[in-house]
Each structure stands twice: as structure tokens, then as C-alpha cells.
Design a protein around this ligand. Structure first.
Ligand code: HSE
Length: 417
């Protein structure tokens, strides 16, 4: 089986290296040789292990290619290219979660009996798509909660363990090949949102776009939040959450305060982990490397092996499960909240804050005023509220921002119990 790689970066080169390194084993597993014959790259790579070209037509025009592996990134261009390839009845494997978050259903429909694999798009090497489509296919999925962005988890772990500064750790994650070409996708939560939408689409048949859901990243988490979390036995994690609530689907991506004894709280570094709650099985947890060339290559090659085996399994072949589920309105999210704000340290400030809270039906569960250094005029206050609606907390944070005694921004994070 001959393959072409569209995009020869960290992942593309890892796919080729692994196919060559494990070629005997791979042949034994699918009874066929999987041969990378050509790759497309922006610039020619002198040390590449296979011929590299920078004209896409040179690759697409080759009739001898059986499978095209799309690792270019972006949305519109790969959508156009993959559509063309699938119309020619040639198989495609992609790791492109942004593309799939927008166009998975259209592409699967177009593929029909042609193989279209995308295991590598969610959680790197963890075979979570197979798990949902095959292993858990007897279950109604009650919830999915996942650490889906390795870069964010790496940053939060290093800020917690080593008191490292955000920018330094981000730079290291980029050097290690974990971060997206544009790291905003990682640190503002979009990458995790793309992955969550793919999982929610498989689990619930829900077709919504990233702009329809609540997305926040780790970029505003500070060392003060880490300090509070440690004091009160929480760990800060960035989670993608999909769950059934009142016959609707709640979807959100944001940093959370998680009780430090929860299993997801113990997942550190670039690792990903996904907890799936099924109505028959109950909770199961999947853990593994979620970013980097090798992890992604492992999932890309698993799809290639499935194609070589000509298995018409549901992980590769068309599987659409439209349902009547609707998305839960963001305002109706109901949870506990953490608030951090810097205020002038003077008489009456705390009472004004608690008054605003009671006006908006918000009750305090935990409060901490961080002792300030002698010469400072401002104090940092931390609150955890009892459960309330997102709508209430959004109005409250807006009102707090308007107060003349509040300095800087008011930071809010949700608690995941
Ligand atoms: N940038 C992604 C991450 C890579 O950090 O998880 C895998 O999709």
C-alpha cells in the first residue's frame, strides 16, 4: 500500500520514521507493506527519508497512491484537498482536528465506502475514537471529561510543580513539539474545543461549531490561582466537558479547580486523559501521550494498518448518528465558581462585594484574603461560591469589574466536583 504525506513537519516525519523503523512488524500485522513514497512540504528537506516536493499537484496527480495522509493543518485548503481525494475514491487519514470540528460529517458522508481515518485528531496516541465508536458502542454516554490539550496540561503542571512562569513553560512546550504552529490554539482553548466537538459529535451526533460553545484557555491562570489551589487541596486542570443535562448536551472547555484526589487531577505533563461515563459500563479512564510527533504518528499508522487490513470497521468507515440532542445554553451551566480579584484594602470593600453577590443570588462557600506585603495598597481576595448559574456569575464579574475599588481584571474559574 503506497502512501503520500501531505505536510512533512514534526508528525509527518515521525510517521515516515516509524513506518520505516517498524516495517516488518507493520507488515506482519496487516499482511501488507505500507510504503511512504512521497511527501509534500513547504520547503525541501535535505535529510528527509523519502522524496519531498513542494508542488501539491505533483502529489495529487499520482495514480499509484492508495492513501493520502493529511498533516498540513488549517481548515479551508485541507477541506478542499480531502474532498477532491475522497471524490476520486482514494483513502484519507488525517490528524487535523480543526478541520474535523467544522467538516467531519460532510467528509464522512463524502467518503461513504472509502476509508477516512482520523484517530490521531483527538488525544494523540490514545485510541479514544475507536473506544467511543467500538468499545463503548453499547452505552449511552452520560459524560466525557478530558484533558485534551497536552500543551496546556504541561504548562499547568510546570506552574504547579516548579513554580515556573507561564511564558517560559510555553516556550519549552513549543521547543518540544507539543504546541500548535499558532500556540494561541493551545493556550486559548481552541485546540481542546476542536477535539471535544469531534468526541461530542461521535457520542451524541451533535453538530455544533466551536463558536457555539464556551471556550476559555489557560492563558489567564496565574501563580496566585496555583497558590489558592494548593491551600485548598485543588489542582488546576484544563478540561473539555461534554455531558447530558436535562436531555440537552452541555459542552464547555476551560480551566477548572479539581479536587486533588480525582484521577484526572493526577494527570501531569504533556499527558492526556479522558474519563468516559457510560450508562452500562460506568466510568472508565483512558490515559496516554496526547501531543508530539510520535504519539500522533502512532495513531496515524494505526489508521493506515486498518485500511491495509481492509477492515470495514466503524472507526474508519462512515458512521453518522444524527440525534435530536440540542446544545445547552451557556447561561444554564450550573456549578460552583472560583473568583480572584485585587481590591483596595480599605473599610467597606468586602461588604460591598458580598452585597453584590447576594444581589445576584450567589452564596459564598470559601473565602481567603491573601496577606499583603506592608507597603501595598491592594489585597488579593479569593472566593469559592456555592452552585449557581453561569448567567449569575457572568453578571457578578461584570459588576465587580465596574467597581472603582477593583484593580485589574476579575478572574473566574469553574469548580469541577
Ligand atoms: N497542540 C496539541 C496539544 C497537539 O498540545 O495537545 C496535539 O493535538
Amino acid at each position: 500500500m503506497k502512501i503520500a504525506i501531505l505536510g512533512y513537519g514534526t508528525v509527518g516525519s515521525a510517521v515516515v520514521e516509524t513506518l520505516l523503523k517498524n516495517q516488518d512488524l507493520i507488515k506482519a500485522r496487516c499482511n501488507e507493506e505500507i510504503i511512504p513514497v512521497i511527501a509534500l512540504a513547504r520547503s525541501l528537506k535535505p535529510n528527509a527519508l523519502i522524496p519531498i516536493v513542494n508542488d501539491i499537484d505533483e502529489v495529487l496527480e499520482r495514480e499509484d497512491i492508495d492513501v493520502f495522509v493529511e498533516l498540513m493543518g488549517g481548515i479551508d485548503l485541507p477541506f478542499e484537498i480531502i474532498s477532491k481525494i475522497l471524490k476520486r475514491k482514494k483513502s484519507v487519514v488525517t490528524a487535523n482536528k480543526a478541520l474535523l470540528a467544522y467538516h467531519r460529517c460532510e467528509l464522512e458522508k463524502l467518503a461513504q465506502d472509502t476509508a477516512f481515518g482520523y484517530e490521531a485528531s483527538v488525544a494523540g496516541g490514545i485510541p479514544i475514537i475507536k473506544i467511543l465508536k467500538e468499545g463503548l458502542s453499547a452505552n449511552n454516554i452520560v459524560s466525557i471529561k478530558g484533558i485534551l490539550n497536552g500543551t496546556s496540561n504541561y504548562i499547568l503542571s510546570k506552574m504547579t510543580e516548579d513554580s515556573a512562569k507561564f511564558q517560559e513553560v510555553l516556550k519549552k512546550a513549543q521547543d518540544l513539539g507539543y504546541a500548535e504552529a499558532d500556540p494561541t490554539f493551545d493556550i486559548e482553548g481552541f485546540d481542546a474545543a476542536h477535539k471535544l466537538l469531534i468526541l461530542a459529535n461521535i457520542a451524541y451526533g451533535l453538530r455544533v461549531k466551536p463558536e457555539d460553545i464556551l471556550i476559555e484557555g489557560v492563558s489567564k491562570v496565574s501563580d496566585e490561582d496555583i497558590y489558592f489551589a494548593k491551600e485548598f487541596e485543588y489542582t488546576i486542570k484544563h478540561l473539555g466537558i461534554a455531558k447530558i443535562k436535562d436531555e440537552k448536551i452541555e459542552l464547555r472547555v476551560h480551566p477548572v479547580m479539581l479536587n486533588k484526589d480525582k484521577m484526572l487531577a493526577k494527570v501531569d505533563g504533556v499527558m492526556n486523559a479522558i474519563s468516559v461515563d457510560g450508562d452500562v459500563l460506568g466510568e472508565s479512564l483512558y490515559y496516554g501521550p496526547g501531543a508530539g510527533g510520535k504519539a500522533t504518528a502512532s495513531a496515524v499508522i494505526a489508521d493506515l494498518i486498518d485500511i491495509a487490513r481492509k477492515e470495514k470497521n466503524s472507526a474508519i468507515f462512515g458512521y453518522l448518528n444524527d440525534t435530536s440532542y440540542e446544545l445547552l445554553n451557556k447561561d444554564e451551566i450550573y456549578t460552583r465558581y472560583y473568583l480572584r480579584l485585587k481590591v483596595l484594602d480599605k473599610i467597606g470593600v468586602l461588604s460591598k462585594i458580598t452585597h453584590l453577590m447576594s444581589e445576584h443570588q450567589i452564596s459564598i462557600d470559601t473565602f481567603l484574603q491573601k496577606p499583603k506585603k506592608e507597603k501595598q495598597d491592594y489585597s488579593t481576595l479569593f472566593f469559592i461560591t456555592h452552585q449557581t448559574y453561569e448567567k449569575n456569575i457572568q453578571i457578578l464579574t461584570q459588576r465587580l469589574r465596574e467597581q472603582e475599588f477593583v484593580k485589574d481584571d476579575v478572574f473566574m474559574m469553574r469548580i469541577e466536583d
